[in-house]
Design a protein around this ligand. Structure first.
Ligand code: PGA
Ligand code: ZN
Length: 424
């Protein structure tokens, strides 16, 4: 069998969509094939994520990643040179051993993640397969995009407490149709927010949704529903939130502050029940704070919809092993850099499927133009993707890659649609 030896690894500092530095890694195979990948970065992060390494120096307000780059060039890279690039698990194990910490804080999760996913891309080039196919010869499911059209929380400067208000075009026939629906709703929404809140209302947040100066959840939902009705696609669309509730939770009082009112876990659950009665909401991410297990368990049991754990799981296999059997949520938000290596992230996906979970593959709020998650979402047949609104290039890149994959798969492409939790 032909060997695909890693012959070089080089990292550099580049900028993400917020103009914060991030890590880009090149992995060379047999001195002739290159796999390049960028590392995204979160802002609304979970406490248990693997830790990115930042320089803390004056340049870039402390956000530089020269140390992480150096760790790739001088430590991680030289150690994987000579290994077979298709040995993903072995390479990832080596990266973890070199770091030696439980949260990748020594060499930096951004350093490890960059090498890990650049290795996967280089391997796919070496064996001359698209990355999604290299990961899985049965890859064929095109995801339903959860389109984050209105932004709040930590990813904007408005007063909305929930972070993401999304449409979920499960009634489309194909991924391509889902995107035309998303575009139509987004255009109607732009008209509505400008009319109601002035021109500035059409400015966008970090993930490309409108950062309209709306204060209340129901007011935001009403704008979205009106846009959907005007688009003529209401029968094909349901709704979803990322509440990112960790960020409106007070650890000391154990209460949530929503629209200026303090709520207990039970009261917030009742609030969700009312919302679900008013709108066809089918998916909610992080409805409670990351360690409010009671909240997650009750939400999963009592709301009867998809409950996704983002900060709750941090794509961490150990947390999934521990928390999934408790009934804390029924879906995983999958972000490879939350855990730091591809093989651990794939373990997290497997573990979740075996619990009967759905999986939503996700961008980070700090993204680059690298569309690698589009290959990952099809590669694991996840059926759901969250990658922001399309009016920013780093978001559009992911959708554009999915158009290519849909075309490549041709008649074998299956849009997850209403079976978004289990598209087989
Ligand atoms: P992050 O947030 O990428 O800033 O962590 C996105 C999310 O909470 O899903
Ligand atoms: Zn989230």
């Amino acid at each position: 069998m032909k060997k695909f030896k890693i012959t070089g690894v080089t990292a550099r500092e580049i900028l993400d969509c917020r103009w914060n530095p991030t890590v880009q890694v090149d992995v060379w195979v047999n001195n002739e094939i290159i796999g390049r990948a960028d590392v995204p970065s979160g802002r609304s992060t979970g406490a248990n994520e693997a830790k990115e390494l930042r320089d803390g120096e004056e340049r870039y307000d402390g956000m530089g990643v020269r140390r992480a780059v150096r760790n790739v060039n001088e430590i991680l890279g030289p150690e994987v040179i000579g290994m077979d690039v298709t040995d993903q698990r072995k390479i990832d194990e080596k990266l973890r051993a070199l770091d030696g910490s439980t949260d990748k804080s020594n060499l930096g999760a951004n350093a490890l993640a960059g090498v890990s996913v650049a290795v996967a891309r280089a391997a796919s080039h070496a064996v001359q397969l698209p990355l999604y196919r290299y990961i899985n010869c049965n890859a064929h499911v095109l995801p339903v995009p959860l389109l984050n059209l209105l932004n709040g929380g930590k990813l904007t400067s408005n007063d909305l407490d929930f972070q993401e208000f999304c449409i979920f075009p499960i009634g489309a026939e194909t991924f391509t149709e889902a995107m035309t629906i998303g575009n139509a709703v987004n255009n109607k929404l732009r008209e509505i927010v400008i009319k109601n809140y002035g021109k500035i209302a059409a400015n966008v947040g970090d993930e490309g949704g409108f950062a309209t100066p709306i204060k209340k959840v129901r007011e935001a939902m009403d704008c979205l529903v009106l846009a959907v009705e005007r688009s003529g696609h209401a029968d094909k669309i349901v709704y979803g939130f990322d509440c990112a509730a960790t960020h409106f939770y007070n650890e000391e009082t154990k209460k949530y502050t929503l629209e200026g009112v303090e709520l207990t876990t039970g009261e917030l659950l009742d609030y969700y029940k009312d919302l679900i009665k008013s709108y066809p909401i089918m998916t909610i991410e992080d409805p409670f704070a990351e360690d409010d297990i009671e909240g997650f368990v009750r939400a999963t049991k009592e709301l009867g919809i998809q409950i996704i754990g983002d900060d709750f799981f941090c794509t961490n296999p150990d947390r999934i092993r521990q928390r999934a059997p408790m009934g804390g949520s029924n879906a995983l938000l999958w972000k490879f850099n939350q855990i730091g290596t591809l093989s651990e992230a794939l373990d997290a996906a497997e573990l979740s499927y075996r619990q009967g979970f759905g999986i939503m593959v996700s961008e980070r709020s700090g993204e680059t133009e690298d569309p690698i998650i589009s290959d990952f979402v099809v590669g694991i047949n996840a059926g759901q993707i969250k990658t922001g609104a399309g009016v920013r290039g780093e978001r559009t890149a992911k959708y554009n890659r999915l158009f290519q994959i849909e075309e490549e798969l041709g008649s074998q492409a299956r849009y997850a649609g209403r079976d978004f939790r289990c598209a087989f």
